[in-house]
Structure formats: C-alpha cells, structure tokens
Design a binder for this molecule. Structure first.
Ligand code: NAD
Length: 494
C-alpha cells in the first residue's frame, strides 16, 4: 500500500516521529515520492509527515514563487523537507522555487555524493567516490545584475568571509564524520584574486584545524578536467556556487544515471533533501522512473535526523537490489541487469531486501552522521581606509587619449586621475592601439601619495564636477585599504 500524500500521516518506527514536510512535486515527483515513502515506512523510519503543494499548479494559481503562504508556515514550523522535483514554467515573472527555498531558508551547503556502483552499473571510472560540497547562496547566484551601457551588462560576484567559512568548515566536518581522507578546494584565484582569493584563504585557515585530513587547492579548470578523467584523485571537494553547480553535474553524469544521485541542502536552521534530477515530464505517469535519487536523499535525511540505523538499513538494501540486477529502465543493460522493473516494483524489491547487505559494494554506515552546527571564528575587524574611487563612464564616441584629457580636467586637489581601463585592460596612460574598446570605461582617481586617505565629500565633489559637465557616470566603486592592504584589484586584466 502506498501512503497518500494529500493528508498528514505518521510513520511510526522505534523512536518518536520527527515532524517533516513532504512535497511530492511535479512530473515523476508523485511516483518516486510514493515509492520512497513506502520504503521509509517498511524500514522503520519515524516521521510525522505534513504534505505541501509546490510547483506547477501553485505557479499557475498565481503564486510567482510556486509556493503558498500556508506551505511556508509548515516549512518554518517543521524545518526539514523532503522534496520531489518541480516543473518550472517557462516565461517571465516566475521565480525558481529551488533558488527561493535555498536563499530564504539559508541552506548554505549543497552536499552531493557521487559514487560508482560498477560493475552492477557499468561506468568509465569504477573507482568514482566523491562528495561535492557546493556553496549554495552566494557568488554570481546573488542575482545582482545590471545593464549599464548600450553594450555592457554586469553580474556581481559576491563571496563573503562568513559564507566561505561556513561551507569550508562544513566540508571538513563532513569529511571527518564520514571518515573521508582529503578535502580539495577548487578556485580560480590566479585571476579573481580577491573573491576566489578569499575563499582559498579561508580554506587554508580552516584546513589548519583539521591536521588529520589532507587538504589541497587546485585551479578549478584543471580540477574539473581531472575529475572527469581521474576521479580517484578526489574525495571531498568544496567550491563556490557556480563552479559547484557545474562540477556536481559532471560528477553525477559520470556516476551512471541522472536518476541516481541524492542531494542535501543544509542550513543552520533548515534542511531540504531532494534528488538532483528534474521532473522528467517525458516519462511521468508511466511507472518507469528510477526512485533512487529521492530514496537516497531520504537516507541522507534520516541520518541528519539521527535515525542513522534506518538510513543504513535502506542504503544497504538498496545496494543489494542494485547488485541483484533489479534495475529501472534508465539503468537496465542486457547482460548486466537481471530484471527490468518499474518504479513500484523497484521500491518493493528494496523493501524485500531490508536487513540484507551488499555482497561486494561497500556496506554503508551512518551511525556518526549528525553534524554539529557550524560556528564562525571570532576575528578582529580590519582597519578600513578610503583611498580613492573608480568612476565608470558610458561613452561610445571617445578615444582613451581624449577621455584621459577630459578626466584630468575634472580631477580635484584630493583625487587625481591615475588610469583608465576598458574591460579591465589599461588603455590610459600608455595603452596599446590594438586594444578593443567598448562604451564602458573605468576611470580610477586616487590621492597624490600612495594610500593617501580621502573623504566621501571629496568623491561627491568629483562626481558633482562630472555631473556639471554632463558626463554619464554609471557607477562608482570606492577604493579601500584594509589594514593597509588594497581591497581592490590593481586593474590590469589578465
Ligand atoms: P530532467 O532531469 O527532468 O530530465 C532529463 C532526462 O533524464 C530525461 O530524459 C528524463 O526522462 C531523465 N530522468 C530524469 N530523472 C529520471 C529518473 N528519476 N529516472 C529515469 N529517468 C530520469 O531534466 P529536464 O528535462 O531538463 O527538466 C524537466 C523539468 O524539471 C524542467 O521544468 C526543469 O526546470 C525541472 N527541474 C527541476 C529540478 C528540481 O526541482 N530540483 C531540477 C532540474 C530540473
């Protein structure tokens, strides 16, 4: 019997049921959720389930984020959510529910284990066994974008010290608790010296607290290439949001099927568990979807809730099912698989094997998986000093020399023109005639002496001169030093 999702219900195991929210989602969501809950119930999970409606129909009923206020109330009260995939309607005015949930609930860590189950699920890299820990809230995903000139748009990449500390410490704690030996940080700090540089710096600081775990940092491009080619070089990988988004899909892809990989979204107060795949409308309603991604996500949820014994039972039974060659259509290979089964049959096969262990795959253990909340290090605030300003100008019919002359005429006794760049390349003074120019110019003004402090009023005075001369300044960035170190890039594009 499959539990109904329209009414609250209780799965009564050995301990007091833990309240959670369940969102079946769209497409194949209801089928795989039903299969998952069947296994959870039979395995002895103790859960007090509150179903909520999210996704397609909620969008169409006029809620632009795909979720109702009542559903938010349930999530706030229960704090843990098991979620099926959502179909995001195409077109403007609609917000991604996943992004909204992650940001609103402060789910800063996206944890995605990717494991090969070769030879039962044949893959190119049988030794693949990595956990991708992706920062989930910051970076280019802050969604702060502006069009500034006819030719140029920008997206702000925000990397914060608290955000980096939380995710990096989470990765090391995860590694320690799951007996993993190495944490690798992937960044591009040879180019983005301040943003990725901060993430790398925090990584080095926190790694020092975990001498029992090997730590290394690799430039993200070669790191991703190595993961695709030699995943055995990696164990736990921690990285900023955008790189993590890309890398976790590469890792999931090489692990065999998009239907397999689970994910956990973890915050200080909330957690959300979901498969990595989407709502697969092409196979919805046919009872052929693989429920494994959601089932293994629910295993991570049980471990998070302190029901590690039930998590183990399910994971081991699931591996035994895979070893026995009971495979859904996405995994079925003649000569390797024994039986092609549908969603319900697969869940029944797992239930049938509860209490059994895999014969060859590594037996799963979740006994020590409850993670402590991450605490941030106390540190002294740096001494901040204002030493100049970058003024961005929109102009399409100017040469660097002409703009240089014009801007020099604007400078004040406190703020003098130091350089002009276009797309980060210095074009004044002494630019190269070959350099291509857009209509987006950065003019840097600083005091006469190095690190000479200036006041906000002096910047206002400079801007006011520009305004009087009808120069279209489109934005400014103040230049600060922190404990004497420049808090800005020095301006030569690389
Ligand atoms: P998808 O992951 O839904 O499907 C990609 C391919 O993988 C399809 O051929 C599908 O049949 C197959 N597939 C996916 N899950 C499977 C499973 N469990 N078993 C067997 N086969 C499976 O990606 P898509 O088609 O690009 O997206 C469909 C919808 O899902 C879109 O509306 C998208 O926005 C949404 N989406 C939601 C989430 C989420 O809610 N977390 C994630 C990704 C995509």
């Amino acid at each position: 019997m499959y539990p109904k999702l329209t009414e609250p219900s209780i799965l009564q195991g050995a301990v007091t049921p833990v309240p959670i929210v369940v969102a079946a989602g769209n497409g194949i969501g209801p089928e795989i959720m039903s299969a998952t809950l069947t296994v959870l119930e039979q395995a002895g999970a103790s859960l007090d389930l509150q179903p909520i409606e999210v996704g397609e129909e909620v969008y169409h009923s006029g809620h632009s984020a795909g979720i109702t206020p009542e559903a938010w109330d349930h999530i706030r009260e229960r704090k843990v959510m098991l979620k099926g995939p959502i179909t995001t309607p195409q077109g403007g005015g609609v917000k991604s529910l996943n992004v909204t949930l992650r940001k609103t609930l402060g789910l800063y860590a996206n944890v995605r284990p990717c494991i090969a189950y070769d030879p039962y699920i044949p893959v190119r890299h049988p030794s693949l066994n990595v956990v991708v820990v992706r920062e989930n809230e910051e970076d280019l995903y802050a969604g702060i974008e502006h069009r500034q000139t006819d030719q140029v748009v920008q997206c702000l990449k925000l990397i914060t010290r608290p955000g980096s500390e939380k995710i990096v410490r989470y990765a090391f704690e995860y590694a320690r608790r799951r007996n993993r030996k190495k944490v690798t940080c992937l960044v591009k700090d040879n180019i983005m010296k301040l943003t990725d540089g901060l993430f790398h710096q925090v990584f080095k600081e926190i790694a020092a607290d975990y001498p029992d775990i090997v730590s290394e940092s690799i430039i993200v491009d070669i790191g991703m290439a190595r993961l695709a080619n030699a995943p055995e070089l990696f164990d736990v990988i921690v990285l900023p949001n955008l790189y993590g988004d890309i890398l976790s899909d590469i890792a999931a892809e090489i692990s065999g099927s998009v239907g397999l990989a689970p994910s956990a979204n973890i915050g200080d107060n909330y957690a959300m568990f979901e498969a990595i795949h989407g709502s697969a409308p092409d196979i919805a309603g046919q009872d052929i979807a693989n429920p494994s991604g959601l089932l293994l996500s629910s295993v991570k949820m049980l471990a998070h809730l302190g029901q590690g014994d039930v998590a183990e039972r399910i994971h081991n039974a699931w591996m035994k099912t895979i070893e026995d060659g009971i495979h859904t259509a996405d995994l079925y290979r003649s000569g390797v698989s024994e039986q092609r089964v549908g969603t319900r049959q697969f869940a029944d096969a797992v239930v049938h094997r509860l209490g059994q262990f895999p014969s060859n795959l590594q037996v799963s253990s979740y006994s020590n998986d409850v993670m402590p909340p991450v605490t941030l290090a106390k540190r002294q605030k740096a001494q901040k000093a204002l030493v100049g300003v970058d003024v961005f100008i929109d102009s399409s019919d100017v040469t660097p020399e002409r703009l240089g002359e014009y801007m020099q005429a604007m400078q004040t006794e406190a703020l003098q023109l130091v350089m002009i760049t276009n797309r980060g390349v210095k074009v004044w003074p002494d630019g190269f005639p070959e350099t291509f120019h857009t209509d987006h110019w950065r003019c840097r003004f600083q005091g006469e002496k190095e690190n000479q402090e200036v006041e906000h009023a002096q910047i206002v005075k400079l801007l006011s001169r520009l305004a009087d001369s009808r120069i279209d300044f489109i934005k400014t960035e103040h230049l600060y030093t922190f404990d004497g170190e420049p808090g800005y890039s020095l301006g030569q594009g690389q």
